[in-house]
Design a protein around this ligand. Structure first.
Ligand SMILES: [Zn+2]
Length: 283
């Protein structure tokens, strides 16, 4: 049920890695739901030696909630739909401007096939895939799990450390179709790109919002108890079934020093650190 303090979350834009953007409002929202002695129970400043991702933090939260702890997390998931979260998407492109103009689209296999056919026709390094070789290669990759979906992540640091292959090679499907020979080509086609997206959390599935409410509450307890100002790395992705509009794309970067998870973490250094959009911006 909606509470007066829910309004504090209206229109908030926050980032996982900037606790100052969310800890204060969340504390204000949580307090009316806590027992009066919540501060003595959590003992802020007495550091607890609990792993960042341990649900023991949520057990601690349970001890201070006046009502049903589970309904608190559901209420938090609901109220998060009033907020916007800075999220990230990894890709490889010659021109990030296309995302600022058209937004981020769900994986459309028909459009992807058209784009891949053009890529093969335009690049001599991919000559071996011309003719019916490409359609045969596509047939062999019978994976449609990405069709109609797109993914963004809440923590760019974790993403870059563990899943930089999206920036090094681009689409997993294209990489699978082109095979090992194509990988070499993809590694040097365009620039590794990290898109910054302000995602209104009303766009995500309620189940994902609930899971995010859990990790946010867990981190709030850790930050409050241990009085630390660094956020823990999280592996959290939102899977969307709708396009993200261009108004949500707020920035982009071209990281050059990455490690390639498909090559056992071998360092990957990009020679390209700009795209056409960067050049237009500075012209
Ligand atoms: Zn650029």
């Amino acid at each position: 049920m909606s509470q007066p303090e829910d309004a504090i979350c209206n229109g908030i834009t926050f980032a996982w890695k900037r606790p100052s953007s969310w800890v204060g409002p969340l504390t204000t929202w949580l307090r009316p739901r806590f027992r009066d002695d919540w501060s003595e129970l959590l003992r802020p400043g007495s550091e607890r030696d609990i792993c960042c991702d341990d649900d023991a933090w949520l057990d601690l939260l349970d001890t201070v909630v006046a009502g049903d702890p589970e309904s608190l997390l559901h209420d938090l998931a609901d109220v998060l739909s009033r907020t916007t979260l800075r999220t990230f998407h990894g890709t490889r492109t010659h021109d990030a401007g296309s995302f600022f103009e058209a937004g981020l689209k769900v994986h459309d296999r028909v459009e992807m096939t058209k784009g891949l056919t053009m890529l093969v026709e335009e690049n001599d390094e991919l000559t071996a895939l011309r003719g019916d070789r490409l359609s045969k290669a596509i047939e062999q990759i019978d994976n449609r799990t990405d069709d109609g979906r797109l993914h963004v992540v809440a923590d760019d640091a974790f993403f870059l450390d563990h899943a930089a292959h999206y920036l090094i090679y681009g689409s997993e499907w294209i990489m699978a179709v082109l095979g090992p020979e194509g990988r070499r080509f993809l590694r040097s086609n365009g620039a590794p790109t990290l898109l910054e997206i302000d995602l209104p959390l009303r766009m995500v599935h309620p189940g994902s919002r609930y899971e995010f409410a859990r990790v946010l509450a867990r981190e709030w307890v850790r930050l409050t108890c241990n009085e630390t100002d660094w956020t823990s790395p999280i592996d959290f992705a939102f899977c969307l079934a709708v396009d993200i509009p261009p108004s949500c794309i707020v920035g982009h970067a071209h990281p050059t020093e990455l490690s390639d998870p498909l090559e056992g973490g071998r360092p990957y250094r990009s020679a390209v650190s700009t795209c056409l959009h960067c050049l237009r911006d500075h012209s």
